[in-house]
Design a protein around this ligand. Structure first.
Ligand code: DX5
Ligand code: ZN
Length: 220
């Protein structure tokens, strides 16, 4: 069954422990780290991940939207991230490879993320060692944007590559996920769905998570 990863980007940052408790029926917690350079927005860093870790046992899926992520991978792993995603556009391939190597040394799960402009085949040099590929379905930087339909082709192609080279690898889709786009993304091959505004903006969070998962009341 598809995993649901609520993004705390749409949560109340003054009440993070409580906001994470509100999504406890989900599978993972998605933490968006932005540096104001790789993306035109700033969010949270290592100390916040460390604090979150001390308040929850949930799987922490940390999405690094930062330039030269190799510099911070070890610190985020030590802060308690379970999985780190680094963007393929954020550094030279040799440095991305080094970032993944550090993740291996730290025992944290490894993922690469693709902006909408990036070709699916860009994952190939890394795919066999990855635990996850993250396909962005909005331009990274902000919550609440509309799902980019053309990214369904990217999801399908990444699914083919995963099935061919590393079938255990997860395929996460991030951006504009709601009950309608969730179904399309899963049909295209997604196995993990990030959802910020459609979970935290829902009147009944448990129900919203259940619907995104394709549960009994999932007719959008
Ligand atoms: C955007 C972030 C997303 C964001 C998704 O750059 O990577 O994780 O929180 O928000 P929604 O689900 O509202 O599009
Ligand atoms: Zn994200």
């Amino acid at each position: 069954m598809v995993k649901i990863a609520p993004s705390i980007l749409s949560a109340d940052f003054c009440n993070l422990a409580q906001e994470i408790y509100r999504v406890r029926t989900a599978d993972w917690v998605h933490v968006d780290v932005m540096d104001g350079a790789f993306v035109p927005n700033l969010t949270v860093g290592v100390p916040v991940v460390k604090s979150i870790r001390s308040h929850t046992d949930m799987f922490l899926d940390v999405h690094l939207m930062i330039d030269k992520p190799e510099r911070y991978v070890r610190a985020f792993a030590q802060a308690g991230a379970d999985l780190l995603s680094v963007h393929l556009e954020a550094d030279h391939p040799t440095r991305i490879a080094r970032a993944l190597e550090i993740m291996g040394e730290c025992g944290v799960k490894k993922a690469v993320a693709l902006r909408p402009i990036t070709a699916p085949e860009a994952v190939l040099p890394y795919l066999e060692q990855l635990d996850m590929v993250l396909v962005m379905t909005v331009e990274p930087g902000f919550g609440g944007q509309a799902f980019l339909e053309h990214q369904l082709d990217t999801i399908r192609r990444v699914r083919q590559l995963i099935d061919q080279y590393n079938p255990a690898c997860e395929l996460e889709v991030d951006g504009g996920i709601n009950p309608v786009t969730a179904r399309r993304a899963v049909e295209a091959g997604a196995s993990v769905l990030v959802a910020g505004s459609s979970v935290y903006g829902a009147p009944d969070i448990d129900l919203a998570i259940q619907i995104l998962r394709g549960g009994p009341d999932s007719n959008p």
